[in-house]
Design a protein around this ligand. Structure first.
Ligand code: SF4
Length: 333
């Protein structure tokens, strides 16, 4: 697989990408302006997690008028912050934004760190976002591996977006600045090499493995994945567990740094009966009994616990004052 990454082929990819970016790059996006710094890039990257570019633009602009610096954001309460974020969903992201702003002011003297590992310590900043900030704001040679980039590289070199990529090797060979490579790949992946690729209009097609194989490898791998999913669904069915009647264990947390417990002396998640085991049901349960508004995630685990079907749900408090015992991160079994 590694031989697929020949320097000649990478050089070709870089030439095509540079040309594409000059002609069709989305340089009009507000977070691509020359004047933006790490703070604005971080705001845009967090908002872009799971949300489309066209939707983010309006939010981004209004947000920066209200909170023009990380210092101004660090001073904001959740209630002041929420009107500029509401509608983007994923409230854990919003909580993380506030936590990060405070951390930047208190721990990093008001400046986002340049090192990708330091950036990765900020709440809500994963490897992709850290690499994007490091490359776009500070010109660091870090490739931001998002799904677009994975899809283009996977198809071009290995014939499938599902390919397992030798990422570090590619980073070593690239001669293009990561800042340009990342931006060009994001744009190329959302304009040409989309989920249904426009190979007929693609300037990479003459050397693209996916194109030369007519996408057969990717189709085959997708078929295998579907079969695997089907098998696991069938085996769940065979076990005759009715998850609709499961109780829910709710893990109420604050940015996964501290956890609220249903017991005072040791950490125990909140056990919610089957009648309230949906996201709406969990919200109602905490609103009615504890006066709390929650953001509730979809279940992330299902298993038998003490012979009872149990689903596991994470939730955070949006408003209200909890009166539960608090336990630190690391308390989870
Ligand atoms: S030829 Fe098709 S699959 Fe290959 S990079 Fe271009 S759009 Fe993607």
């Amino acid at each position: 697989m590694r031989t697929a990454l020949s320097t000649g082929k990478i050089g070709f990819l870089e030439r095509v990408l540079r040309d594409f970016f000059r002609r069709a790059g989305r340089e009009h996006l507000p977070w691509r302006a020359r004047t933006v710094g790490a703070y604005e890039i971080w705001v845009s990257e967090i908002m872009l997690q799971q949300t489309q570019v066209s939707r983010v633009i309006g939010y981004y602009e209004k947000f920066l008028v209200r909170f023009p610096t990380v210092g101004s954001l660090a001073k904001a309460t959740w209630e002041e912050f929420l009107p500029y974020y509401r509608g983007l969903g994923y409230y854990a992201r919003g909580r993380n934004m506030l936590a990060t702003a405070k951390m930047i002011v208190e721990t990093y003297d008001g400046k986002f760190p340049k090192d990708v590992n330091e950036l990765g310590k900020l709440p809500g900043v994963g490897p992709y976002t850290a690499a994007a900030i490091a490359s776009f704001a500070y010109g660091r040679n870090t490739i931001a591996w998002d799904t677009n980039l994975h899809r283009v590289v996977g198809r071009f070199f290995f014939g499938s977006r599902r390919a397992d990529l030798p990422k570090e090797k590619l980073e070593d060979i690239l001669s293009m600045k990561a800042k340009v490579f990342n931006a060009a790949m994001m744009d190329f992946g959302s304009a040409i090499c989309t989920a249904r690729p426009k190979c007929g209009a693609c300037p990479l097609s003459s050397r693209c493995v996916y194109f030369s194989e007519d996408g057969q490898r990717e189709k085959q791998e997708t078929r295998h994945k579907k079969q695997d999913t089907k098998i696991s669904k069938t085996s769940n069915k065979k076990s005759k567990i009715n998850w609709r009647d499961a109780r829910a264990f709710v893990f109420l947390h604050e940015n996964h740094r501290k956890y609220y417990s249903s017991r005072k002396t040791k950490f125990v998640p909140f056990a919610i009966p089957p009648s309230h085991n949906t996201r709406a049901g969990v919200k109602d349960w905490f609103r009615d009994r504890h006066g709390l508004e929650l953001a509730v995630r979809p279940p992330h685990r299902k298993e038998m616990v003490d012979g009872k079907p149990t689903i596991f749900i994470n939730a955070q408090i949006l408003s209200g004052t909890p009166e539960f015992a608090v336990f630190p991160k690391g308390v989870l079994p």
